[in-house]
Write a protein that binds this ligand. Structure first.
Ligand SMILES: CC(C)(COP(=O)(O)OP(=O)(O)OC[C@H]1O[C@@H](n2cnc3c(N)ncnc32)[C@H](O)[C@@H]1OP(=O)(O)O)[C@@H](O)C(=O)NCCC(=O)NCCS
Length: 154
């Protein structure tokens, strides 16, 4: 799994029981999953088609740091399904507790909004990166490191 987003819970995220709104957490998951899917597929043209069940296991309070992790469960023809996990991060201990998790499915669409296939190149690139680095997104720094390592070992 890889870290996609970090968010600090604000006063305006809070509902009547002093806990963060479940809908806000869902929205954060959708944002994180959508941006992750778009980056993995090299296009902003992906849409959410399905959210699985969400169970909120731990309350989130003002000031809580949320970390949203994700990974690809499977690629279909035009779709990809992601596993998403929201954790509360304790800055004093580094301990993380799972707040909720779910699967979210996205579909790659064309300019007319119709489903189109995700290319084999995208699927193979994810598989190769996951095997080598345990994640699908590489930062510019890690890309540079790969080039440098390849030059040194050549
Ligand atoms: C996404 C959309 C274009 C797909 O259209 P569609 O007619 O269902 O297309 P298809 O039947 O070809 O299915 C496309 C993919 O979605 C999957 N899918 C369709 N209905 C599904 C369902 N009920 N549950 C899970 N997956 C489903 C199919 O399995 C297929 O995946 P695959 O190609 O990997 O096998 C259309 O449903 C849509 O526009 N939905 C609205 C999306 C949206 O606005 N989301 C919120 C904002 S991002």
């Amino acid at each position: 799994m890889e870290l996609i987003t970090t968010y600090i819970c604000k006063q305006f995220d809070i509902g009547i029981h002093s806990n963060m709104f479940g809908g806000r957490i869902m929205s954060l998951i959708d944002d994180a999953a959508g941006s992750y899917a778009a980056q993995l597929c090299d296009t902003p043209n992906v849409v959410t088609i399905k959210f699985d069940e969400l169970v909120f296991k731990k309350p989130v309070k003002v000031g809580s740091i949320l970390k949203i992790y994700g990974k690809v469960l499977r690629f279909g023809n035009s779709s990809l399904e992601l596993y998403m996990e929201v954790r509360k991060h304790n800055v004093y201990t580094g301990i993380q507790e799972i707040v909720t998790h779910t699967n979210v499915k996205f579909v790659r669409i064309d300019e007319d909004g119709n489903a189109i296939p995700i290319s084999d190149r995208i699927k193979e690139r994810y598989a190769a990166r996951f095997k080598q680095f345990g994640k699908g997104l590489l930062t510019p720094e890690s890309r540079e490191l790969i080039v440098l390592t390849a030059e040194v070992t050549a």
